[in-house]
Each structure stands twice: as structure tokens, then as C-alpha cells.
Design a binder for this molecule. Structure first.
Ligand SMILES: Nc1ncnc2c1ncn2[C@@H]1O[C@H](COP(=O)(O)OP(=O)(O)O)[C@@H](O)[C@H]1O
Ligand SMILES: Nc1ccn([C@H]2C[C@H](O)[C@@H](COP(=O)(O)OP(=O)(O)O)O2)c(=O)n1
Length: 208
């Protein structure tokens, strides 16, 4: 079974996707990491993330880059969002994601366009959302735990800017698939959100 988990930044989709993978015994791919690697490789090349040619060259990043802790930074998230606008970049990353999604036995993928572009045939699709304040608070706590001094208002502004870019791009914008189930995690703790996601997928699996 393919499980598609999409949603904006800090909605909790990564947490949910990992938990679904563990619960259903499926492999998991965090597709955002691929776009983050492209963004980081552009920076390492001294290129411009807004230039389609520079971004395309960076798609040939070495697999070892996927283990770089810098990929998890907000700066890499911003770079990823910028390179992900280019249709050439999306095309270059498509086959790798598609192959993962269609492997025998199924898989869980999380990102922005899994239910709409990468695996539109997925029988279980979740679109995970949360309010801007809940998401900013989560990132704030994460950064505080890492000992980084950041202002909550700056985090909220950054995530709203990234949402706007991801939602308004022409190619594969962040949008719920027509057959996705919306899961709002604003008022759910981690365990409640995971339990709700498992219930949605169990129901979807039962009806396919
Ligand atoms: N339901 C939840 N309630 C509170 N915090 C959460 C919840 N889900 C995830 N988190 C925390 O919020 C942060 C972002 O979650 P993550 O799953 O990485 O989001 P995304 O993959 O959508 O960017 C992490 O620190 C995570 O532990
Ligand atoms: N399937 C995907 C995954 C990510 N992207 C782009 C858009 C996102 O802003 C960036 C970073 O994605 P990522 O999922 O790592 O970001 P968050 O963990 O949600 O903060 O990459 C995409 O366009 N399509």
C-alpha cells in the first residue's frame, strides 16, 4: 500500500509519516530532504537557487549529502523551497520518488505533491495542516532545544513566506488531492495526531 502524506512545514507530516511507516511496517521517504539537498548543493556550488540552470546542475548531488545535518536547518528549508519552483528540478527528482513509491509491498512518502503528482493512485492520502501559531510554536521549541536564539515572530513570518511560495508555484503546488483526508493537528499532541493518522489509513486500507 502506498501512503501519501502531504502538508505545509511544521504541520507534523514527517512525524506522522515516520510513525505510519513503523506501524504498517513500510519503508519511508522524506521527499523534502531531496529538495533540501539540491538547495544545499546549489549553495556549495556558489550558484543561485533562483536560477533554473544552477538548480538543475545541483540535482546531481552526491547521496552522501543526504546525511549532512545542515540539511535540517531552516536555511536549507528556504533554499529547498526556492529550487523546488523549477520544473526541471521537479522532473529530475521525479523518477527517484516514483521508484520508491512503487516498490513491491508499498511505501510511505511525505512531501508536498505525493498525493497529486508522485503517487496519485495511492489508496491512502493524508493532507496534514495546523495553524500558523501552532506550527511556529513547534519550530520555536525545536530551535530552543538546539540552543538557537530565534524570535517567534520571525519563525512565523518565515513559515508563512514558505507556505505562500509552495502554494502559489505553477508546477505541483502545495494543495490537497481531491481524495485526501484532511488532518488538522493544531489541537492534537504528537500521540493523538499519530493515532488519528493510523485510523485514517486503516479505514482507507479496508476500503481498497
Ligand atoms: N501534533 C504535534 N504536537 C506538537 N508538536 C508536534 C506535533 N507533531 C509534530 N510536532 C513537533 O513539531 C515539529 C515539526 O514536526 P515535523 O513532523 O518535523 O513537521 P513537518 O514534517 O510537517 O515539517 C517537530 O519538532 C515535532 O516533534
Ligand atoms: N515533495 C516535495 C517536498 C518538498 N518540497 C519543497 C518545498 C518545501 O518548502 C521544501 C522543504 O520541504 P520539507 O518537507 O523538507 O520541509 P518541512 O520539513 O516541511 O519544513 O522543499 C517540494 O516542493 N515537494
Amino acid at each position: 500500500m502506498i501512503i501519501a502524506v502531504d502538508g505545509p512545514t511544521a504541520s507534523g507530516k514527517g512525524t506522522i509519516a515516520k510513525a505510519l511507516a513503523a506501524h504498517f511496517g513500510l519503508p519511508h521517504l522524506d521527499t523534502g530532504l531531496l529538495y533540501r539537498a539540491v538547495g544545499r548543493q546549489v549553495a556549495l556550488n556558489g550558484g543561485n537557487p533562483d536560477d533554473p540552470a544552477d538548480a538543475l546542475v545541483a540535482c546531481a548531488f552526491p547521496d552522501s549529502l543526504l546525511d549532512d545535518p545542515e540539511l535540517r536547518s531552516e536555511a536549507s528549508g528556504g533554499l529547498a523551497s526556492r529550487v523546488s519552483l523549477h520544473p526541471g528540478v521537479r522532473q529530475a527528482l521525479y523518477e527517484r520518488q516514483r521508484a520508491f513509491a512503487t516498490q513491491p509491498g508499498g511505501a510511505v512518502l511525505d512531501g508536498r505533491d505525493i498525493g497529486t503528482v508522485i503517487a496519485p493512485e495511492a489508496p491512502a492520502k493524508l493532507f496534514v495542516v495546523a495553524s500558523v501559531s501552532a506550527r511556529a510554536e513547534r519550530r520555536f521549541k525545536e530551535m530552543q532545544a538546539q540552543g538557537r536564539a530565534v524570535a517567534l515572530a520571525d519563525i512565523a513570518a518565515d513559515l508563512e513566506a514558505r507556505d505562500a511560495r509552495d502554494r502559489s508555484r505553477a508546477e505541483a503546488p502545495l494543495v490537497a488531492a481531491a481524495d485526501a483526508v484532511l488532518l488538522d493537528t493544531s489541537d492534537l499532541n504528537r500521540d493523538e495526531a499519530i493515532a488519528a493518522a493510523i485510523a485514517i489509513v486503516t479505514k482507507a486500507a479496508g476500503s481498497c
